[in-house]
Design a protein around this ligand. Structure first.
Ligand code: C2E
Ligand code: MG
Length: 711
């Protein structure tokens, strides 16, 4: 007992009170490894009473301990063993397992106590102090950190998007495979570069701005779209996400950048965007880009003293090209016209296609309405150059409206006014341009109401035909009549065709109107079997070429469309085809295509005479115009009015009359008002004439000698 007492009390390495104040567990043992003393913390850590510890073996609690790898901890590596062997402190981390709880990890440190008197192996004398610290939590934390680092490393390296750790001055410290690949720069080279060196010059400032905000703590991270330059010179477009890593003290450490290569996505977006703003057929601006540019131009010109001009242009009779040559040819024509427009404007002007054959041109920095007119004239001249399409020589014509605005106008209104002026140009005979005036607006409103009224009139048959005689010039005998339609308008009274045919054409109402006219003219013929000569009905080109004329079995095509309508109408009324003629404007036939020609041929085969109306206003080569199925032509009133003046009209008139006579055609000089004109026409070789001189168009009820040949 005395020994024990002596050991426990006479030679303590540390007073007990002091030992118990320590966080670490402390065991004191003699050279035999017998525990002489233990502090409170040691008892708690090892889960034993102090009494159970004292007197026991120092290494008893760590028997069965494991290393970090989970293998049994070798005896010779125990700190106490090493310390005893070397006389120097030693430490190690060991794991203590119990059946029930998680392993307990202790850092054991054994420190030899130097003998006071040289007798250091004396039993009962403190020879070693063993301290122990519970490092379980610390180890778990370290393990977690290691795992998360590993996770990061794997994520970083295997990420599908490019990632980089970038130093605060922009050097790439670490880059992943995806980044290497999308930048097309080998890893080693990339690690020698800064992000500034591979950023597109236009994007550097924006990037550096964000970096500054990130570094001064204003923002926690940023995302931006930017471009990088590849060594090949190509550009990659990326979505960059940058955050900042901090060290334990909160000081910035490095950037973590994610670089998502969105080149392909952006390219697809560009295509979509382009589609959203440009016409796919011609590559011109579309309606929304046009409005955007126009708004912009107006806003800009509101601040200077220049003007914005808007041209609204529409191709004349384009529908016929489509109907007859096919949409493919129509598309090609639109592309040609688009190119012509594009090359005839100045840089900075906008050319747009906003509908089938509707184009709008915005001319900026204009000094005067006159200058706008000159520029428009230049566009028109270039558009109207002849062009070849599938072996056909076409003469495109364009009608246009022009508005000029000082910038105070509203884009939609300016556009609408130009559109209105374009309609005025169409109605004035197409192939021309008109500058918008206020009164046109009124007319536009009228036109709309006329369209509505016309539909109703066609349903109700509120029309009447007047007949104007055609005479043999030499004898003045009536050789036929032209049927001219009139409209009984409920408010406006009798309306003449010039103020509604074009509108009916635009609204695609001419076929219905034509059907009414044809029926009425044929029943007129049926009512008057003794009428001298034919009745000529005017046919709008729109009524032709509406159906396919190709016979499926390769035989002669059967009449269809207008030809069939004519045949049926004549038959229903029992009228001989030789008593009917049709007049079709020269321009209609000029643009005619195989369809139209075939249809005219079918009509001619019925025995119905086909005449070219308003001859001289188009550009037809005379002889080809007179080729079958056309039987003759009417000289346009614009020439007749100037007959006898000895000018160009006389020369044209006599030339045309000579050719008509040479091919045995039927020629009528239309619009003869005076005896002088009639004499000139006769002298030029015209056999027939028509005009107020011989009688105005009259309704059936006012016509005389209807049933007896004129003497
Ligand atoms: P158009 O075929 O050239 O018809 C001749 C026009 O000249 C008629 O005008 C007639 O009244 C007018 N006219 C006749 N003699 C003289 C004259 O000596 N001097 C003058 N200055 N004019 C004369 P209207 O009836 O107003 O018809 C105008 C145009 O409307 C016609 O021109 C024709 O192209 C079209 N049109 C008339 N009826 C029909 C129809 O039923 N269907 C279609 N599609 N168009 C029609
Ligand atoms: Mg006519």
């Amino acid at each position: 007992m005395g020994i024990d007492k002596r050991h426990a009390t006479s030679n303590p390495p540390m007073p007990r009170g002091l030992m118990d104040a320590l966080q670490e567990g402390v065991l004191v043992a003699d050279s035999d490894g017998r525990v002489l003393d233990a502090n409170a913390a040691a008892a708690i850590i090892l889960g034993l009473n102090r009494e159970e510890l004292i007197g026991g073996q120092l290494d008893a609690p760590v028997r069965g301990a494991t290393t970090i790898d989970g293998t049994p901890f070798p005896r010779e590596d125990r700190p106490s063993v090493i310390a005893a062997r070397t006389g120097r402190p030693a430490s190690a981390v060991v794991g203590l397992r119990s059946e029930t709880s998680e392993p307990l990890w202790l850092r054991l440190s054994a420190t030899p106590v130097p003998p006071a008197d040289g007798a250091n192996d004396e039993p009962g004398r403190p020879a070693v102090i063993m301290t122990m610290v519970d490092v379980t939590a610390e180890l778990l934390r370290a393990d977690e950190l290691r795992r998360s680092e590993e996770r990061f490393r794997l994520t970083f390296e295997d990420a599908a998007i490019g990632m980089a750790i970038v130093s605060l001055d922009g050097r790439f410290l670490q880059v992943n495979q995806a980044l290497v690949q999308s930048l097309g720069i080998p890893r080693a080279e990339l690690l020698a570069l800064t992000f500034q060196e591979i950023t597109h010059p236009d994007d550097i400032d924006a990037d550096l701005e964000q970096v500054a905000l990130l570094l001064d703590g204003t923002i926690q991270g940023y995302q931006m779209d930017k471009r990088y330059m590849r060594p090949s010179g190509s550009v990659i477009r990326a979505r960059l996400t940058v955050s900042l890593a901090h060290d334990a003290t909160g000081a910035p450490l490095h950037f973590i950048s994610q670089v998502e290569d969105v080149t392909a996505v952006r390219r697809a977006q560009d295509v979509l965007e382009h589609r959203a703003l440009y016409d796919h057929l011609t590559g011109l601006a579309n309606r929304s880009l046009l409005l955007d540019r126009l708004n912009h131009a107006l806003a800009m010109h509101a601040r200077n003293d220049k003007l914005v001009a808007v041209v609204f242009a529409d191709l004349d009779h384009f529908k016929r090209i489509n109907d007859s040559l096919g949409h493919d040819a129509g598309d090609r024509m639109l592309r040609i016209v688009a190119d012509r427009m594009r090359t005839s404007v100045r840089p900075g002007d906008t050319v747009a296609r906003i509908g089938g054959d509707e184009f709008v041109v915005v001319l900026e920095q204009i000094d005067s309405a006159d200058q706008a007119g000159e520029l428009l004239q230049r566009i028109q001249t270039s558009v109207e150059l002849p062009l070849q399409l599938d072996g056909h020589l076409l003469l495109p014509a364009m009608s246009a409206g022009l508005t000029v605005d000082d910038g105070s106008g509203d884009a939609l209104r300016v556009l609408r006014d130009a559109d209105t002026a374009m309609y005025v140009a169409k109605n004035a005979g197409r192939g021309r341009w008109v500058a918008f005036r206020e009164e046109h607006r009124r007319a536009a409103i009228d036109r709309l109401s006329v369209q509505g009224d016309l539909r109703a009139a066609i349903e109700h048959g509120d029309f009447e035909l007047h007949y104007q005689p055609v005479v043999e010039l030499a004898s003045r005998d009536v050789s036929g009549y032209e049927a001219l339609v009139r409209w009984h308008h409920p408010e406006r009274g009798l309306v003449l065709p010039d103020s509604f045919i074009a509108i009916a054409d635009d609204a695609d109402l001419t076929p219905e109107l034509g059907t009414w006219v044809l029926r009425e003219a044929v029943s007129f013929l049926a009512r008057h079997p003794g009428l001298p000569g034919r009745v000529y009905v005017n046919v709008s080109p729109r009524e032709l070429g509406r159906v396919s004329l190709t016979a499926e079995d390769g035989t002669e095509p059967r009449p269809s469309g207008l030809a069939r309508l004519i045949a049926q109408t004549l038959e229903a009324q029992g009228v001989d085809p030789s008593r009917l003629g049709i007049e079709i404007a020269e321009v209609g036939v000029l643009e005619a295509t195989e369809h139209t020609r075939a249809e005219l041929a079918s009509i001619a085969r019925l025995g119905v005479t086909v005449l070219l109306d308003d001859f001289g206003t188009g550009y037809s080569a005379l002889l080809s115009a007179l080729a079958a199925p056309v039987a003759g032509l009417k000289l346009d009133r614009s020439f007749t009015a100037r007959l006898g003046e000895g000018g160009a009209a006389d020369r044209v008139s006599s030339a045309i009359a000579a050719v008509v006579a040479a091919v045995g055609g039927y020629g009528i000089a239309a619009g003869l008002e005076t005896e002088e004109q009639a004499a000139a026409a006769l002298a030029h070789g015209w056999k027939h004439g028509q005009g107020w001189l011989f009688g105005p168009p009259l309704p059936e009820g006012l016509m005389t000698r209807l049933d007896a040949p004129h003497e």
